[in-house]
Design a protein around this ligand. Structure first.
Ligand code: NAD
Length: 433
């Protein structure tokens, strides 16, 4: 693989990652046999009356990868590039992430092929309601609990919760997380992914003897995750030297005034054109001189082509799947401290878990409580993965997968899902292939 990217297909990538972890743990073959694909996938056609009076159908998917540890959990993405393999991969990553953080959830994910930037609010609402109606048989507070992802937000979660509640004829706040606070959303959920990412950046800095003050940070993707990470890093004294979004980026070696960039984006719709900063492309941002690189947009940004030019000492994956396996090998050989997606962006699902718990109990926590508990769980997961990485002389990513797969495998074994060892033979040695 080191010569180039054998595949950029996220589903092939995550399957290989899980297989490697099973082999490193010397697990019985039946563990990978059960983990190599989602247990259930539903495809739905969502009819929408467009503002011009025409009728259009949109395709949506919900993938439930594995529920050995509890109801499946994972976001819903609205994006033109959504496809079945992406949704399947994202649901597998959620299994790993929930397990890694010790949450009582398996992995799920959903997506609708659409471009929210070209849709009116009325059209978006119909897609949101139609999607949840379509998957209503397989989701629910004890079955599968969705959340926001790329180009979905608390309003969309509120429409979905409302539609599902109408169908159930009772309020079902615990159906979905990432809701507005007025409708059972958790304080701190909006910031959780970016905040959790910063917790792990600080933990990595501690290991490397680096200080946040003055550290140069580049953030690709200035949405929910990227904006919060940039703002919190700016607040603790880091120099955010570049940020970008789908239209391009801006850079300033002296550091960008992040609250002002946020205001500029709110006004104009993009970071592009921020006064006093130079333009930079998304590609150049990834390889620019900096100490910390935060990919916070989409998959496959760091590949065999550009990983060799990455200058950051820490790569913190706020996005899911931004680094290909070939790029990972290159970064590892360069001594870059990797903080894999399944760890770095797990703050979001951790606070989603808190939201679900608060909804089930109808008892709500303060924002400080939420942030403190999330920080504790992220730090605990970071330390566990770091210890395993040291013990096995491997990457943080491989260690994270090993830690997470072991917990899912134990749950499956205890539930009686795995092959029984033939009489007189011990289980535990994966076939070497
Ligand atoms: P978002 O929609 O709020 O933001 C996405 C950002 O990426 C936008 O600024 C967009 O302009 C930018 N972008 C899109 N295409 C780009 C490109 N080609 N180059 C550069 N920038 C581009 O989404 P988000 O919720 O912040 O999610 C971003 C990433 O974080 C995704 O990979 C998502 O799966 C992951 N993530 C999000 C959460 C969450 O709670 N929101 C949790 C875990 C992981």
């Amino acid at each position: 693989m080191a010569g180039g990217d054998a595949t950029l297909n996220p589903y092939a990538i995550v399957r290989a990652q899980v297989k490697q972890a099973c082999e490193a743990l010397r697990l019985d073959d039946s563990v990978y046999e059960l983990l190599k694909q989602p247990v259930r996938i539903l495809e739905v056609a969502i009819p929408v009356t467009m503002d011009d009076g025409s009728l259009r159908t949109f395709t949506g998917y919900r993938s439930q990868h594995n529920d050995a540890l509890g109801p499946t959990k994972g976001g819903i993405r609205f994006h033109p590039d959504v496809n079945l393999d992406e949704v399947r991969a994202l649901s597998m990553w959620m299994t790993i992430k929930c397990s890694l953080l010790g949450l009582p959830f398996g992995g799920g994910k959903g997506g609708v092929i659409c471009n929210p930037k070209e849709l009116s609010e009325a059209e978006l609402e119909q897609i949101s309601r139609g999607f949840i109606r379509g998957v209503s048989a397989i989701v629910g507070p004890e079955k599968d609990v969705p959340a926001p992802d790329v180009y979905t937000n608390p309003q969309i979660m509120a429409w979905m919760m409302d539609e599902y509640s109408r169908m159930q004829r009772s309020n079902a706040f615990a159906l979905i997380t990432g809701k507005p606070v007025e409708l059972g959303g958790s304080l701190g959920r909006g910031e959780a992914t970016g905040r959790g990412c910063v917790v792990t950046i600080q933990a990595a800095m501690n290991k490397l003897g680096m200080k946040p003050a003055g550290a140069r940070v580049a953030v690709q993707g200035f949405g929910n995750a990227g904006t919060v990470a940039a703002r919190l890093l700016h607040e603790i004294g880091a120099r955010v030297v570049a940020v970008s979004d789908s239209r391009g980026g801006v850079t300033s070696p002296a550091g960008l005034d992040i609250p002002a960039v946020i205001a500029h984006k709110a006004r104009t719709g993009s970071v592009v054109g921020f006064p006093g900063a130079a333009p930079i492309s998304n590609a150049d941002l990834l390889t620019m001189e900096c100490d910390v690189l935060v990919p916070a947009a989409l998959e496959n940004q760091l590949t065999a082509e550009n990983a060799g030019q990455v200058q950051a000492r820490i790569v913190a994956e706020a996005a899911n799947g931004p680094t290909t396996p070939a790029a990972q090998e290159i970064l590892f050989s360069k001594g870059v401290f990797d903080r894999p997606d399944v760890l770095a962006n797990a703050g979001g699902v951790t606070v989603s878990y808190f939201e679900w718990v608060q909804n089930l109990y109808n008892f709500y926590w303060t924002e400080d409580e939420v942030n403190q508990r999330m920080q504790q769980m992220m730090e605990r997961a970071f330390e566990a993965v770091h210890a395993l990485k040291e013990r096995h002389h491997t990457t943080m990513r491989q260690a994270a997968y090993m830690f997470a797969v072991k917990r899912v495998a134990d749950a499956m074994r205890l539930r009686g899902w795995l092959r029984r060892a033939p009489a007189g033979r011990q289980p535990g040695r994966a076939a070497a292939n």
